[in-house]
Ligand binder design. Structure first.
Ligand SMILES: O[C@H]1[C@H](O)[C@@H](O)[C@H](O)[C@@H](O)[C@H]1O
Length: 543
């Protein structure tokens, strides 16, 4: 939400902390929809106050899902090169593609149902369900002695990954005060990349150990069980509670989230926030059956032009994130570096995962300063350039090259550049997807976008090694370079700047077209207003 315009100007930190209470002075005790809508339009919202540190704790606990997503998609790179004949025979390229893609297929299916499941069962129980799938899938793989058992375990785990990939950012964005939302969602991406780094590191450490890959896979059970236990004690999001008529519980969570540090929150503030959520939810027709509601939301998503544009943008960004080919490195970098001639391919591929994580931290720091659109426009072309360099280097790499060959070094550097550009932008921005959709179509819209992500992931994971064989590594990387360029064009024409915009602003921008110019201007104005009101403290008021 935008900053409180009535409090604009220089504020001391104490005044800032008191803001939830101060803004109350501007509110009447009129709780009619009109009065609340007026307050919202005037920027009066308790979300502008200082959030309780509890929100950050919640985000960290939820980000265990991101960690598991990263760990479970990350370990496959190391496992593939160390499985040897443990599954009965040496793995062929297509075995490797099957094992890798089984998770993507499961994730695609999990992503499709996750939004609706979350609306029906709640965010909390769906997260616990995803944890169960992580545990069962990992257990099956750890004990696998055939390729098909391994594929089955990866498939079950994939359902968990797909569900977790949607639910974590959704939970965070529904809990987080709006001006912190962007960065808190990036924290979850940081957990994904952290999970990948740790999976790579453990994979490298265990690569020479007999059956070490089983330990690598089995270790993923630990955080899943830890999160499952913690989640039993976690609250539901206020939005879900209000939606299911659990108003007292919703009040309780709102009290937790928005209480200024060490002080009780004013009950009037709580009432106003919960009323606001109720107003949004009134549009949901609570008497409708789940089926009727999903059908209605589907119609809305495709037939209301603004919602459909949001869908195009969300799916487009997720498509670019995957079709740019990044995960071919994530899954097969150890295999690639083996071909290139590196002696310790799992250790070298750790550099790729490390670069991904380091530049996600950079994105975390910059996303609200630079803006989502601008950060994408200034990085996606760089991915394309780095891929062209890769294609050229592969072309000149001699057969049976060693790791000291200059072309091998150039390949490593080009891959790091590519990963750096990826992580700073398209690796995380698409996960801000929920801010594009209004409440009524958010579950379904984010499900479609998440499914697009995993659909793209599946295409890349199941074709990469075959493409390397058929059209050579140079052809493969050249092809991805072309796709990245197309991605840059899509972003340029279709992705509006959403940083610092409220949900209503974003819908306003998408209502009549992909109004990039208007979004840039609104975002600039909102940022200036926000900076004025927080006296230089930079926060995120998006969504
Ligand atoms: O945002 C994440 C992150 O960039 C991961 O490193 C990648 O493996 C995932 O596919 C992506 O969704």
């Amino acid at each position: 939400m935008v900053a409180d315009s009535k409090n604009a100007g220089v504020q001391t930190p104490v005044e800032l902390a008191l803001q939830p209470i101060l803004s109350l002075e501007t509110q009447s005790d009129d709780y009619s929809p009109d009065a609340i809508a007026r307050d919202v339009a005037n920027g009066v919202d308790i979300e502008d106050g200082e959030p309780n540190p509890f929100v950050f704790l919640l985000t960290i606990l939820v980000s265990f899902s991101g960690f598991l997503f990263g760990y479970d998609t990350g370990y496959v790179s190391g496992a593939l090169v160390s499985i040897g004949t443990d599954l009965g025979s040496v793995l062929t390229s297509s075995d490797k593609e099957f094992i890798t893609s089984a998770t993507s297929v499961g994730a695609l299916l999990g992503g499709v149902i996750a939004g609706t499941l979350a609306d029906v069962l709640g965010r909390k129980w769906v997260t616990i369900g995803a944890n169960t799938l992580f545990v069962v899938g990992a257990a099956i793989q750890t004990g696998a002695h055939t390729i098909w058992t391994m594929i089955g375990g990866r498939f079950v785990m994939g359902w968990g990954v797909g569900i977790a990939s949607l639910i974590a950012p959704l939970y965070i964005s529904e809990m987080a005060p709006s001006r912190f939302r962007g960065r808190l969602v990036v924290l979850n991406v940081l957990a994904i990349t952290g999970g990948q780094v740790i999976a790579y590191a453990i994979g490298a450490g265990l690569s020479n150990l007999q059956n070490g890959w089983r330990v690598l896979v089995g270790l993923g059970i630990v955080p899943a069980i830890a999160q499952m236990i913690m989640f039993i004690y976690m609250p539901e999001t206020p939005r879900y509670l209000v939606r299911t008529g659990q108003i007292e519980k919703a009040r309780h969570v709102v009290r937790w989230i928005y209480s200024p540090r060490n002080r009780a929150i004013d009950e009037e503030v709580v009432t106003r926030k919960v009323k606001l959520l109720e107003i949004y939810n009134n549009e949901q027709h609570p008497e409708w059956s789940g089926y009727r509601r999903v059908k209605y939301a589907l119609k809305q998503l495709y037939l209301v032009p603004g919602h459909f544009r949001a869908l195009v943008v969300a799916c487009g960004l997720q498509g670019i994130q995957q079709l740019c080919g990044f995960n071919s490195l994530m899954y097969f970098s150890a295999t690639i570096f083996q071909v290139v001639g590196f002696n310790q391919p799992t250790a070298v591929s750790l550099i790729v995962a490390g670069t991904n994580m380091a530049f996600t931290i950079l994105a975390f720091l910059l996303i609200d300063i630079i803006g989502r659109r601008r950060i994408l426009l200034s990085t996606v072309w760089g991915m394309s350039a780095a891929l062209v360099l890769n294609a050229v280097a592969f072309h000149f790499l001699p057969p049976n090259a060693s790791q000291s060959d200059p072309w091998a070094i150039i390949i490593l550097v080009a891959m790091m550049l590519y990963v750096a550009f990826y992580a700073a932008g398209i690796g995380n921005v698409p996960w801000q997807q929920s801010e594009l959709f209004p409440m009524q179509v958010r579950g379904l819209g984010t499900s479609m976008a998440t499914a697009t992500n995993w659909g793209g992931n599946l295409i890349i994971g199941s074709t990469f090694l075959t493409m390397m064989d058929r059209i050579t590594p140079s052809g493969t990387f050249g092809f991805y370079a072309g796709l990245c360029l197309l991605g840059e064009v899509f972003i340029y024409f279709f992705y509006p700047e959403t940083s610092y915009l409220t949900l209503e602003d974003i819908q306003g921008v998408l209502k009549d077209g992909f109004d990039i110019k208007k979004s840039n201007q609104m975002s600039r104005e909102a940022k200036m207003k926000h900076q004025a009101s927080t006296h230089g403290l930079i926060g995120d008021s998006s969504a």
